[in-house]
Design a protein around this ligand. Structure first.
Ligand code: FAD
Length: 288
């Protein structure tokens, strides 16, 4: 690992100023679970690390007056698990509880996972699936970015150098809503081979008023299966419909081609299974 200077600011504006001053040589570090591995492998070679661990504003969570759940970017998975969020926000705690191993859950943060933007990680797909947005701060000012626009199609994020993700905002979905995250991995501590998220809302006649299906790990960024989501709206879904929607998502996200590798064929089958499971569970939640 290349030698580096470790800076530990205690306020957000100090962290922003340090990143600005050191330019491209500097990187923010949160739990270090991805960045330190990349540095050990010399994939990342920053000479300055600006720690976000001491920034109280970036830790913890609260509900805004409008019911939005605002989570500080440096909040660890362990804190998300013990938060035991109510209603459909509980899916965030459940996802955090079921990833990686205890050391990663103790140190890793929601913001770090979003900024690392590995498509196999759980939080990027979940944030897009739940219609989250993120706040950022940099020397150029503050901005809010919908999670669906945070990830670049070719990989990584659209954040600029020195831009710090400060807050992740999950909207409130209201009554008759449901969300479900499903994933398949080879071993319990592996990242997902495919993940699927379904968020939906029913109208007073139990028909789907709106729905979103998102797939993780099938491309460099989370993929919104727009056609499949549209196909769900206005319908009272039966088991048969859900099976058809799984097949529709397979076709939309990973259409069969002659050049398709066996791994992608395997992922394509998983898309069908996981989308069916996610829709079924989200529907159960919305109907209960
Ligand atoms: C053994 C192992 C197993 C894992 N399994 C899973 C799994 O099953 N599912 C899963 O989803 N993930 C898994 N992970 C990944 C884990 O979720 C991430 O490593 C972790 O969440 C990253 O968070 P961090 O706080 O450690 O980020 P860091 O490693 O500190 O940072 C990661 C990147 O994000 C940048 N960054 C961090 N925070 C911010 C911020 N607030 N603003 C701007 N940039 C920032 C850093 O500069 C760096 O580029 C696994 C990791 C390991 C090591």
């Amino acid at each position: 690992m290349k030698a580096f200077t470790f800076l530990a600011p205690e306020a957000l504006d100090e962290a922003v100023a340090l990143l600005d001053r050191h330019g491209r040589d500097a990187r923010p570090i949160a739990g270090g679970q991805s960045l330190l591995l990349a540095m050990k492998d010399r994939i990342a070679r920053p000479s300055v690390l600006v720690s976000l661990a001491g920034l109280a504003d970036l830790r913890g969570w609260r509900y805004s007056p409008s019911g939005e759940l605002e989570i500080g970017a440096a909040t660890t998975y362990a804190a998300l698990i013990s938060a035991q969020f109510g209603g459909w926000h509980g899916e965030i705690s459940a996802v955090a509880a079921d990833l990686a191993d205890r050391p990663v859950r103790t140190m890793g943060t929601i913001g770090g996972a979003l900024c690392q933007a590995d498509p196999r990680f759980d939080m990027p797909a979940l944030a897009v699936g739940l219609g989250a947005s993120v706040d950022t701060a940099s020397a150029g000012g503050a901005r809010t970015i919908p999670a669906a626009e945070l990830f670049a199609a070719s990989g990584g994020t659209v954040l600029g150098p020195g831009e710090i993700l400060t807050t992740v905002r999950f909207p409130t979905l209201g009554a008759f809503s449901g969300v479900a995250f499903e994933k398949f991995r080879q071993r319990v501590f592996d990242a997902a081979v495919v993940s699927a998220v379904c968020g939906l809302r029913l109208d007073a006649d139990a028909r789907v008023a709106d729905a979103r299906i998102v797939l993780g790990a099938v491309a460099q960024a989370p993929v919104i299966a727009q056609r499949t989501g549209r196909q769900m709206t206005g319908r009272t879904l039966t088991e048969h419909d859900i099976a058809e929607l799984g097949a529709a998502a397979m076709e939309e996200v990973l259409p069969v081609s002659q050049a398709m590798s066996s791994f992608h064929r395997y992922q394509r089958e998983l898309v069908g299974v996981l989308v069916r499971r996610a829709i079924t569970r989200a529907l159960d939640q919305a109907r209960s």
